[in-house]
Write a protein that binds this ligand. Structure first.
Ligand SMILES: NC(=O)c1ccc[n+]([C@@H]2O[C@H](COP(=O)([O-])OP(=O)(O)OC[C@H]3O[C@@H](n4cnc5c(N)ncnc54)[C@H](OP(=O)(O)O)[C@@H]3O)[C@@H](O)[C@H]2O)c1
Length: 334
């Protein structure tokens, strides 16, 4: 084709915050499409926090961009030429096109967009991956209930804005955390949140106490770091923490000291506390399951038995020091 594709490739892996020299611009001719392929000129590229992860070699849920490779992203493009019967020149489509002006893609990897339905750029935001993220995280994990308090970090952003609004629609009190007065105003006046906290200007602990007097029932985690540290002790019993992202540490060369919750997102970990007394009604179920296994040796156990009531305090202290070996019991004389 006569068209030229301008593209951005990864020149070297960024160390810490990426700098422009980590990337290089290239110009290459746009190839002719093969059977089933579509040529697109991109209208919008989507820039998302996850792309920082793709620039690094660290193990993740997706392969890194190779050195010299086009930086990946989703994009919306207009069809210039097509050898796929489903697309005609002028159509607009969504696909994973990368940081470049053109792409040639198999038509089966594209989603045709209807510009009459909504502005096509929304396919990368509120009606696209970030919107879906908010929907999935809120409905599957956050499960906000009427009257609950929901805190959303990076609240003015692509994901946070939708997540908070979904919680509002569910009848919750929603507090957004955002950087700067303008973003905070937007969170309240445009998105309709009940309150906003400026994490760049306010003392987070005091601001959370002021805006969440009844504690926090759902925390939507987008940032980690100091925000997470301030939210964590204010979570109510049975609160849900939607571990969506921890952007504050995406540029860290080394994980922060202490427990690092970053892998909770990357590895889709589920962390949930529980108290067995809530499940007491299931004791009969457990006994029916375990007793036969205990009898035939599939289930083993060990008891550490001390004799007489007098031995109790010392045995208990020993338990806290690891001196017991097995289930610690005090045997009382019959
Ligand atoms: N789990 C998933 O499948 C999934 C999918 C999509 C996105 N995500 C995650 O969701 C989060 C939000 O993504 P998004 O696309 O909606 O981005 P975004 O919120 O539109 O943009 C990122 C925002 O993060 C905030 N931020 C950046 N560095 C920060 C820091 N050091 N401390 C506190 N805040 C900081 C900034 O907002 P302020 O100025 O307001 O601080 C910035 O505008 C990210 O962590 C992303 O990785 C996860």
């Amino acid at each position: 084709m006569t068209e030229t594709n301008r593209r951005i490739v990864l020149r070297r892996r960024p160390v810490g915050m990426p700098v422009p020299d980590d990337f290089a611009f290239e110009e290459v001719p746009v190839p002719e499409p093969a059977e089933g392929e579509v040529v697109l000129k991109h209208l919008y590229l989507s820039l998302d926090p996850y792309q920082r992860g793709r620039l690094s070699e660290a193990k993740s849920y997706a392969a890194p961009v190779p050195i010299g490779g086009v930086v990946e992203c989703r994009a919306v493009g207009r069809v210039l030429a097509s050898r796929d019967g489903r697309f005609a020149p002028g159509d607009v489509a969504l696909g994973g096109f990368g940081w470049q002006t053109h792409s040639v893609m198999p038509g089966r990897q594209l989603l045709k967009l209807d510009p009459a339905e909504a502005p096509v750029s929304t396919a990368l935001g509120v009606l696209g991956m970030p919107g879906l993220t908010a929907h999935v995280g809120m409905s599957d994990i956050g499960q906000p209930k009427k009257g609950e308090t929901v805190v959303v970090s990076a609240a003015s952003g692509a994901v946070g804005a939708v997540a908070g609004q979904l919680a509002r629609l569910a009848g919750c009190r929603v507090v957004g955390i955002a950087g700067g007065a303008e973003k905070c105003r937007f969170v309240i006046e445009t998105l309709g949140f009940d309150a906003a906290i400026d994490h760049r200007a306010e003392d987070l602990a005091a601001a959370l106490d002021r805006t969440c007097p009844d504690g926090i029932d759902v925390y939507w985690e987008n940032v980690g770091g100091a925000v997470q540290a301030a939210v964590f002790p204010r979570l109510n019993d049975f609160a849900r923490m939607v571990m969506c992202g921890m952007i504050a540490q995406y540029n860290d060369a080394d994980p922060p000291p202490g427990p690092n919750l970053g892998p909770v997102v990357r590895k889709r970990l589920r962390i949930q506390g529980f108290i067995v007394s809530d499940q007491w009604h299931r004791l009969a179920e457990w006994r029916a399951l375990a007793a036969p296994m205990l009898r035939d040796g599939r289930l083993r156990h060990r008891e550490d038995v001390v004799e007489g009531l007098e031995a109790t305090p010392a045995a208990f202290i020993g338990l806290l020091q690891g001196r017991n070996f097995g289930k610690l019991l005090v045997r009382l004389p019959e």
